[in-house]
Design a protein around this ligand. Structure first.
Ligand code: PMV
Length: 347
């Protein structure tokens, strides 16, 4: 079937890893399994308009962010198109207009690659579905996650919620290195509506791109131990999610965050991506937890910002603490209140 032109729109969230993906093999295959909370409010909306073109010899597209043309994004998307072409051959037959916007400020230090790449992958999979006819929902989501992975590894965990696993793990038979899958086991109600307040400590350009970062794990002296540890931590989390042991949750999640940074500090070249305020915040969280018995904890991405995680029933108490003690360490006092979400949707 051929379609002359049309347009599709998808909205897709960001996600925050609990067991981190850090290190990959060829073709965006993760060196270890990871699991993440899908976010609710941090998301990207992308409209993909397409029109048939005559020649099929090159990719043709324009990118707009918040209505402004952004040629700076083209190389990344060109690379993405090259990687996915063999799986969605129709891409060379169309000119695309990619119009995208984020709910969080661009260059806020929050990576838009997970939400952005998953939204774009979903749009492309929708177009493919239009061209080839009906496919079932499971196939659709897997294919979109597969394509998203080729854009940015962690993006393959943004399509569904509230927990997504990516990368083979022996206890999770549905898990795959090729796409994310919805966490298949029981999750204790203590994790329902879990909160994530993102403290924007440093909004500057990323010091280390994730491509460079993943490559640092090649020939890294501790890489093999780290990859083993991720499997062990994911096993431990399966039990935690079932039983609702929040103290054990805290141990695993904080250790994962610090290990991610430890990997960067012990690679060659080496990097410190935390800022003094990152450490101030971590210390204050530890003191607060000790003094109040709160189940608050932190996690980090490959940057200085801090994700503060806590159960919904602690919203009021932790909310006050964040406002009174932590916001002072944010750049321009900026932070984003988010919580666990349920994945992407077509608009
Ligand atoms: O998806 P990438 O290649 O940008 O890698 C993201 C890696 C971390 O955010 C640091 C960890 C993760 O699992 O999301």
């Amino acid at each position: 079937k051929t379609i002359e032109k049309g347009s599709v729109t998808w909205e897709s969230p960001s996600n925050i890893a609990l067991v981190k993906y850090w290190g990959k093999k060829e073709s965006q295959i993760p060196a270890n399994p990871s699991v993440s909370f899908t976010l609710n409010d941090c998301k990207t909306t992308t409209t993909l308009s397409f029109s048939k073109k005559k020649s099929e010899d090159a990719f043709s597209f324009d990118v707009y962010l918040d209505g402004e043309k952004k040629d700076g994004f083209k190389p990344k998307i060109e690379t993405f198109f090259k990687r996915i072409e063999q799986y969605v051959p129709f891409v060379k037959g169309y000119h695309f207009k990619i119009e995208t916007s984020n709910t969080f400020p661009h260059s806020s230090g929050i990576a838009s690659s997970a939400s952005g790449m998953s939204a774009l992958a979903l749009c492309l999979t929708s177009i493919e579905r239009g061209l080839t006819g009906d496919v079932d929902d499971k196939y659709f989501t897997q294919k979109a996650s597969f394509l998203a992975r080729l854009g940015s590894g962690s993006a393959c965990r943004s399509l569904e919620g509230d927990l997504v696993v990516w990368g083979q793990h022996h206890e999770i038979k549905e898990s795959s290195d090729l796409f994310g899958v919805k966490y298949p086991f029981e999750v204790h109600e203590k994790f329902k509506n879990y909160q994530d307040t993102i403290l924007l400590v440093d909004k500057g350009e990323k010091q280390v791109s994730s491509t460079v970062g993943h490559n640092l794990m090649h020939n890294h002296p501790f890489a093999q131990e780290r990859f083993k540890q991720a499997h062990i931590n994911l096993s431990a989390l399966i039990k935690v999610f079932k039983e609702g042991d929040l103290d054990e949750f805290i141990n695993i999640v904080e250790s994962e965050a610090l290990t991610l940074h430890a990997m960067m500090m012990t690679s060659m070249p080496y990097f410190i991506l935390m800022k003094p305020n990152t450490l101030e915040i971590i210390n204050k969280i530890w003191v607060f937890r000790q003094e109040t018995g709160s189940k608050i904890c932190f996690t980090l991405d490959a940057g200085a910002n801090v994700h503060v995680l806590y159960p919904q029933r602690e919203c009021e108490q932790v909310g006050e603490f964040i406002k009174n003690e932590l916001v002072a360490h944010c750049q321009n006092g900026q932070y984003i209140c988010d919580q666990i979400g349920f994945g992407a949707k077509e608009i």
